[in-house]
Design a protein around this ligand. Sequence first.
Ligand code: ZN
Length: 319
Amino acid sequence: MSRKRPRACLKSALLFVIATGLSVAFAQPGSTPPATIVVFAPHPDDEVIGCAGIIMQALARGARVKVVAITSGDGFPGAAAGVAHKALDQVGPDDFFALSRFRQIQSRTALGILGGKADDLIVLGYPDGDLGNLYESSDDKVIRQQFTRKNETYASIQKDYHTSVHGKPAAYQRSSVLGDLVELLTSLQPTEIYVTDGTDGHIDHRAAFWFVRDAAKQVGYKGGFYTYLVHGLPAWPFPSGVTPNLPFESRKVGGEVAPRGLPWPPPRRVPLSRDQAQRKLESIRAHNVPVVGMPEHQSEMESFVKAEEVFWTPLATPR
Ligand SMILES: [Zn+2]
């Protein structure tokens, strides 16, 4: 066996040289590199709620896809209580760490359902619930998250982005978030960016938009910039429930048109096949968390299973 190995190695090496030579010979000079889609998720689950279809369609046509979870998903007391099987007032830091781990595993599973790989998930590891405080901090002060008591980035299954690149975590401060995002946009060179919309009802979702918008401006980003809505105000999405044959609709709630602050129809509507809508449902179900005090949580997420995904373009120049 061992005697045969050198010959096998030589054969492999020859094949490699031939294959490399062929690929060089057939490479088109000036051919465009494959598209790179980057989906920014404030929390582990937003990426599938808003962009499962975009992710699976991009992967199916050979594009590179990276999902960037900006927070660790460690600031949701109802979910921490549900995962720990405790009452809401009994949860402590370890339960929030457990929730973070749980949600990151779920993001990996969901990405697999959509055709992606675990290392397509990048976790920045900033504090869930504090992105707005970080963005609005005028003196760049370091924030300590109230639930975990952490004041620097971390991730549970893999290294957080800053540790993986710089060998140490980043402090929870405004400049760190912006710095990591600028670095990522520079290294990944995305052709399309997706992030939650600046009108979203959740402060982390609005702050994710502000941070990614600022980072994109800083690097002179010129690709597609799309936003998706998760917590549309005053109550959206509509119609509710798993409705894979129906489009999203706007509606009137208390005399006000939902979703608030956004044009309707949305400027970009991406159709999903029946099979894609089914896989989107499976990816959302991979994020099932027992949430204490919010029995409707899962069905609200599943209401994003429609015959399409919808996006806005807030940075586009008005015509
Ligand atoms: Zn979220």
